[in-house]
Write a protein that binds this ligand. Structure first.
Ligand code: FAD
Ligand code: NAP
Length: 339
């Protein structure tokens, strides 16, 4: 365990926001978790992975637990699948590349998502038609209150669209220590190429029967061409969730906006891309002081340099108001706001 006091938050959040972190506690091993109880003595705390989904509004006075435990290990193998245990502090993207290199399938569409493995179940990370819940076997998590480690199987986590119990009722109560994924072996892969951008990129490359490695490369190429690199422009990916609206509101809106993109969820609800709604309100690529929305994707709020978390939050409030006024839709923040 390493404890540092009064340090800058800049290296610890992909928005590049500058606040003071009073106490940063690096957790590097399993033993470090057991001594936490004594170190914290009942104090409130924050949990931090790679900082790619947090918005820091103020100096952080509560201790920050920075999860740094490493390890990727096959713990069970059969003819058609493997169970892989990933320690919470492993880089998610490196874990995906490791799986692809070993020809273990299921997470290739989730290539190049920033952050750490421990945060993946939090909001049930998803991209290009795949969510981590599709392959998640179990999560182990440490409960500071009683000092025990718990194992939750997939169905106990109550995964939903960019959510789980870890993001709601268990938030900051359980520290995820590792995740176990069930990944397919060669001859048993189920590839998901349903998103238009993937189909197009595969076709452009003349690939008819893609491998998981092809799919990972294609996803990386699409993301690199579309999304801002946090090292260049501070951001936390999609700031809001894509709203899921009722069929009746959808029918009302589509009669007024016939080109509104939409994806059916079930007979009663429809998903509408938040980026399109924000763009229609005139926000795409707008620069307001040191903040704004990204020029290629209005859903990504950015720090052009020197912005504060409060400025970004204020911009998100203005965006919410204009989307509500124009479309009667309440956008919900996906980013975790630290107040
Ligand atoms: P952090 O930002 O450090 O933490 C996020 C939340 O999880 C916080 O509330 C924190 O307290 C909690 N937390 C972190 N670790 C633990 C733990 N071990 N135990 C308990 N709680 C914990 N997300 C997607 O779903 N799909 C995408 O395609 C995607 N693309 C992105 C692209 C860019 C350029 C960026 C910047 C972000 C993107 N994101 C995406 C969002 C983000 O990368 C993910 O949500 C990621 O899982 C966050 O991981 P992290 O380690 O950085 O978490
Ligand atoms: P996009 O391709 O421009 O599409 C816009 C939205 O439409 C996406 O958010 C996606 O919803 C939805 N969509 C597109 N094709 C769909 C299909 N065939 N079926 C169902 N829904 C469909 O999106 P993008 O911004 O470039 O992002 C591409 C993927 O990466 C998306 O899956 C997105 O979620 C993910 N991503 C996430 C973050 C984040 O921070 N959460 C950041 C960047 C990218 P879904 O979002 O539900 O997939």
């Amino acid at each position: 365990m390493n404890i540092t006091n009064n340090i800058s938050s800049v290296p610890y959040n992909t928005f590049g926001l500058e606040v003071n972190i009073s106490t940063l506690i690096e957790l590097n091993s399993k033993e470090d978790f057991s001594s936490l109880h004594t170190v914290l003595q009942g104090k409130e705390y924050h949990i931090l992975g790679g900082g790619s989904n947090v918005l820091l509004l103020n100096d952080v006075t509560a201790p920050v637990l920075h999860i740094n435990t490493k390890g990727l290990e096959v713990i069970k193998e059969s003819d058609d699948y493997v169970l892989v245990k990933m320690q919470a502090g492993e880089s998610w993207h490196e874990a995906v590349l490791w799986a692809v290199a070993h020809n273990y399938g299921g997470i290739e569409n989730l290539s190049l998502i920033p952050g750490k493995c421990g945060a993946a179940p939090m909001q049930n990370i998803g991209a290009y038609g795949v969510e981590v819940k599709d392959v998640l076997h179990a999560v182990t998590a440490y409960k500071l209150e009683d000092g025990y480690e718990y194992t939750f199987h997939n169905e106990e986590c109550e995964f939903g669209y960019r959510t789980s119990n870890f993001k709601t009722i268990w938030k900051d109560k359980f520290i995820i220590t590792s995740i176990i994924l069930r990944l397919s072996k060669e001859g048993h892969h189920t590839l998901n190429t349903s998103y238009g951008a993937i189909e197009k990129e595969l076709a452009d490359r003349g690939i008819v029967q893609p491998t998981i490695s092809d799919l990972s490369e294609v996803v990386i190429a699409i993301r690199q061409s579309k999304l801002p690199y946090p090292e260049e422009v501070g951001n936390a990916g999609s700031f809001f969730k894509n709203p899921i609206i009722s069929m009746s509101l959808y029918e009302e809106l589509v009669s007024e906006y016939p080109h509104m993109p939409s994806y059916p969820i079930d007979a009663a609800s429809v998903k509408v891309p938040a980026g399109w709604l924000i763009d229609q309100c005139g926000w795409k690529g707008k620069v307001i002081g040191q903040t704004g929305t990204y020029k290629n994707q209005a859903l990504v709020l950015v720090n052009h340099g020197g912005a504060s978390g409060k400025e970004i939050y204020a911009l998100s409030e203005d965006i919410k108001i204009s989307v509500r006024q124009k479309f009667k839709i309440d956008l919900e923040r996906e980013v975790n706001v630290w107040r």
